[in-house]
Design a protein around this ligand. Structure first.
Ligand SMILES: *Cc1c(COP(=O)(O)O)cnc(C)c1O
Length: 248
C-alpha cells in the first residue's frame, strides 16, 4: 500500500516537494525560520493509501475534517504505523459535534476547531477518560477556532468571546490549550482576515503564553498566513489534488 514508486506516489512526492519549497520561500520572504512553520497535510476525502504514501515520504502528521472518515482511516493505517504509533499525529480540523468527543479522544493528537465551552467540556471529559483507560497518553491539544466574520453558522468563536473561552479551556482537565485556528470567510480578503487573527493571537499570548500555535493558511493563501505569524499551514489540494465539490 505504501509503494513509493507507483505513479500516484511519484505525483504526491513531486507535490510535496513543491509545497515544501513554496513554504520555504514564504518563510524567507517573511523573514521567518522555516523550522517554525509546520506543513500539515490534509488528507480528507483521499484514501488511506495516499496517507501511506505521505508516510513513506516522511510525513507523520495529518489533518482530517470528518470524524467517521478519520477514525476509519486511522484504523486502516494502524498496521503501517504500528512500528511507531506515537510518531503519527492526527489532527481534527473540521467542525465537530459534542457526541463525537469520545471517538475523537481516541485518535486525535490535536483538535483545531473548538469553539464552545460545551464542546470543551465534552472533549475534556472524553480525553480524561481515554487517558484513564489507557486509550491515550497525553492531553488532547486544543486550538480555539476564531470566527473572522462573526457568522456563527460557519463555526468559530467571535473574537470578543475568545478570552473567556481560553480561560475555560485552560481550566479543563485532560486537554491543553495550544493556540488558535481560523479559516478566512469565503470571498474575504485573506490579508485582513489573517491580520485580525494575528492580533487576536497576540492578545491571547499575553494571558496564555503556552498557546503558541497559530493554525492558519491553506493551499490558496499560505503565503499570506505565514506573513501573519502562522505556525501551521493546513494543505490539502496542493498536495493531493482537488476534492469533490461537496467537501468541507
Ligand atoms: C480542507 C481543509 C483544508 C485544506 O484546504 P486546501 O485548500 O485543500 O489546502 C484546510 N483547513 C481546513 C479546516 C479544511 O477543512
Amino acid at each position: 500500500m505504501n509503494d513509493i514508486s507507483s505513479p500516484r506516489a511519484t505525483e504526491i512526492a513531486a507535490a510535496l516537494g513543491a509545497v515544501g519549497e513554496r513554504l520555504n520561500r514564504a518563510c524567507l520572504a517573511a523573514g521567518r525560520d522555516p523550522a517554525d512553520v509546520q506543513l500539515l497535510p490534509v488528507t480528507k476525502f483521499f484514501p488511506a493509501s495516499d496517507v501511506a504514501i505521505l508516510y513513506g515520504l516522511g510525513c507523520r502528521e495529518f489533518g482530517e475534517s470528518r470524524e467517521q472518515e478519520a477514525s476509519a482511516k486511522v484504523a486502516e493505517l494502524a498496521a503501517l504505523t504500528a512500528a511507531d504509533p506515537s510518531a503519527v499525529r492526527w489532527h481534527m480540523i473540521g467542525s465537530v459535534q459534542r457526541n463525537k468527543a469520545r471517538s475523537i479522544a481516541q485518535w486525535a493528537y490535536a483538535i483545531h476547531s473548538v469553539d464552545s465551552p460545551r464542546l470543551i467540556d465534552a472533549l475534556a471529559k472524553a480525553a480524561t477518560a481515554a487517558m484513564a483507560e489507557g486509550g491515550r497518553e497525553q492531553p488532547l491539544r486544543v486550538l480555539l477556532q476564531v470566527s473572522l466574520d462573526g457568522d456563527p453558522l460557519r463555526g468559530g468563536v467571535p473574537r470578543d468571546e475568545l478570552a473567556e473561552l481560553a480561560d475555560h479551556a485552560e481550566a479543563a482537565a485532560g486537554i491543553e490549550l495550544s493556540g488558535l485556528m481560523a479559516v478566512p470567510p469565503l470571498g474575504s480578503d485573506p490579508e485582513r482576515a489573517f491580520a485580525a487573527l494575528h492580533s487576536a493571537h497576540m492578545d491571547l499570548l499575553r494571558s496564555h503564553p503556552a498557546a503558541k500555535t497559530l493554525s492558519a493558511g491553506m493551499t490558496d493563501d499560505l503565503e499570506v498566513a505565514v506573513r501573519y505569524g502562522s505556525t501551521c499551514v493546513r494543505v490539502g489540494t496542493a498536495l493531493l489534488g482537488s476534492r469533490p465539490i461537496t467537501s468541507n
